[in-house]
Design a protein. Structure first.
Length: 530
């Protein structure tokens, strides 16, 4: 069996389980809120505009933005709960609107007939109105189910495991099998839910309770199957920890950790990673390194910069790799040029003093931003430095990742070199290098350790005014994790051990050669061991 396919299958229990539990729980709570609320406002016409308007307003918020807002509302917490809240809110409108329409637009003679036979309002609701409105209500639930399953793939950047992990990671590493895997499974899950809900509707209409019970059991089974992997993992971890520690006292275990005899045995560590290849590789490096010392590791990938840092501060993530220039500009709000050494010292001091985040050290390489052009085009235009772009007859087009053009670095570069007239195009970093290679844009905001720079024969333009700050890769450890005995020391073997050349080669293995991030991580660890 293809190794790439085997890796996708290995991740399937975790991602599919997370997606099923997240989607079904959000949909179930959304229905429990929407149907009673719809019944209420169908009897209070004066409330309909406000309630439906609020639900519609929530629906207009881009899903990824709503997920980020839920993280903010929950004080930086990541994972299941902010994703659940966002999806639950998204599930409300179709069910609510269809419930209101289904009840409000019933033929008046049905209501009059119910009253004529002496039914109470409660009897009329449950014996006449809801049964007649059921097809419309169920249509709303089916629509909501498809929406929720689809939007759940976007919960990956806020730390919730879902089929979106396949899609986001696949896009960044150009692993199209992974992208297709995530898309097909998400679509299949949406179809299964839609048909099970349809079967329940049909069974009620046709008075076939057995079909309804089978469909209901199917929905329950999906939820239970989704819960199985995390529950089994938790039980296995507890049994393993009990067996390892046994009758030993806490003091004895701590002494063995400090001495190195039992480094990080059964300590649970969450590693975070941003949304590009290098971060995936480094997360795998740390995961393999820490697992070798007995730690239990959870790898949370595809997270945005600010969300990931907030998660670290809140101890939702224990460790990740960031870059000094990113901290300098986005958190410290500084723009003045300083040396790499001075920036590292100030960044480490700021993080510890302001956020109790520990910098365990530099990894040894710098992954800076730089403007890159195709080498032949740069030669044709006589461009070697960023400032040369301002002298061209027509405005140049620059492609960059969606985050970059909102960052202080871009403002500093734009003003330092007078290139405010440049046309900017935001795109996923997966497509930037191909875009400049194929002439779709004139330049891109490249990452200087990216293997595609040499593979596509790109020229990184000189930055004589040092508008781009240094970007040393640094290991950040959260407040709680930094207090664990032996943890910071366990990371010391990785400090200053990865050169620019090794990191660039590892990136190229994934982006150009099609190797997995795990294989690239093994390459780095082998280089460190030499």
């Amino acid at each position: 069996m293809n190794a790439n396919f085997q890796e996708r299958l290995a991740d399937l229990p975790q991602f599919l389980s997370g997606h099923m539990v997240l989607s079904l729980s959000a949909l179930a709570i959304g229905v429990l809120i929407s149907v009673p609320l719809g019944i209420f406002v169908s009897r209070k016409p004066s409330w309909q505009g406000a309630v439906l308007g609020t639900a519609s307003l929530i629906q207009t918020i881009p899903s990824i933005a709503l997920l980020a807002l839920m993280v903010l509302a929950m004080g930086g917490q990541i994972g299941f709960w902010p994703s659940f809240l966002a999806l639950m809110l998204y599930s409300v409108l179709p069910v609510l609107r269809n419930t209101v329409v289904g009840i409000s637009e019933l033929e008046p003679e049905y209501i009059e007939a119910a009253r004529g036979v002496g039914m109470t309002e409660k009897q009329r609701l449950f014996q006449v109105e809801l049964p007649l409105a059921l097809p419309v209500i169920v249509a709303g639930i089916r629509t909501s189910a498809v929406w929720v399953v689809g939007i759940a793939t976007l919960s990956t950047p806020v730390g919730a495991a879902s089929l979106g992990n396949y899609i986001f990671a696949g896009l960044q590493t150009r692993n199209w099998l992974s992208v297709v895997f995530g898309c097909v499974l998400a679509a299949a899950l949406a179809i299964v839910l839609d048909q099970l809900i349809r079967a329940i509707e049909w069974s009620i209409q046709q008075r076939k309770p057995l079909v309804g019970r089978i469909a209901g059991a199917g929905l329950a089974s999906i939820f239970v199957i989704g819960l199985a992997p995390p529950l089994w993992g938790a039980l296995s971890s507890n049994f393993a920890m009990d067996a390892a520690v046994g009758a030993k006292t806490t003091t004895e275990v701590d002494e063995r950790i400090v001495s190195g005899a039992l480094p990080l045995k059964d300590v649970r560590i969450k590693i975070g990673a941003k949304t590009f290849t290098e971060q995936y590789i480094l997360a795998d490096v740390f995961e393999k390194h820490l697992r070798a010392q007995g730690a239990e590791v959870e790898n949370l990938q595809n997270m945005g910069s600010t969300i990931l840092f907030d998660a670290l501060r809140q101890n939702s993530v224990d460790l990740y790799v960031d870059y000094t220039g990113t901290i300098w500009t986005t958190l410290m709000k500084k723009s003045e040029p300083v040396s790499r050494a001075e920036m590292f010292i100030q960044v480490a001091d700021f993080l510890l003093r302001e956020h109790k985040v520990v910098v365990a050290g530099r990894l040894g390489f710098e992954n800076a931003y730089g403007l890159a052009m195709r080498r032949d085009k740069a030669a044709e235009l006589g461009v070697t430095r960023i400032g040369d772009l301002a002298n061209l007859r027509s405005a140049i087009s620059i492609g960059g990742d969606p985050e970059f053009f909102a960052r202080p670095e871009w403002i500093a570069v734009r003003e330092a070199y007078g290139i405010s007239e440049a046309r900017t195009t935001s795109m996923d970093s997966t497509f930037m290098y191909g875009a400049v290679r194929d002439g779709e844009v004139d330049a891109i905001t490249a990452y200087t350790t990216d293997g595609r720079i040499s593979a596509f024969d790109l020229l990184v333009l000189q930055d004589p005014r040092q508008a781009f700050p240094p970007y040393d890769a640094i290991i950040l450890i959260g407040p709680a994790a930094s207090q664990r005995l032996g943890f910071v020391g366990a990371l010391t073997p990785l400090v200053n051990q990865i050169s620019d050349q090794v990191m660039r080669q590892a990136n190229q293995m994934v982006d150009i050669d099609g190797e997995s991030t795990g294989t690239a991580a093994d390459f780095i660890l082998a280089e460190i061991a030499k």
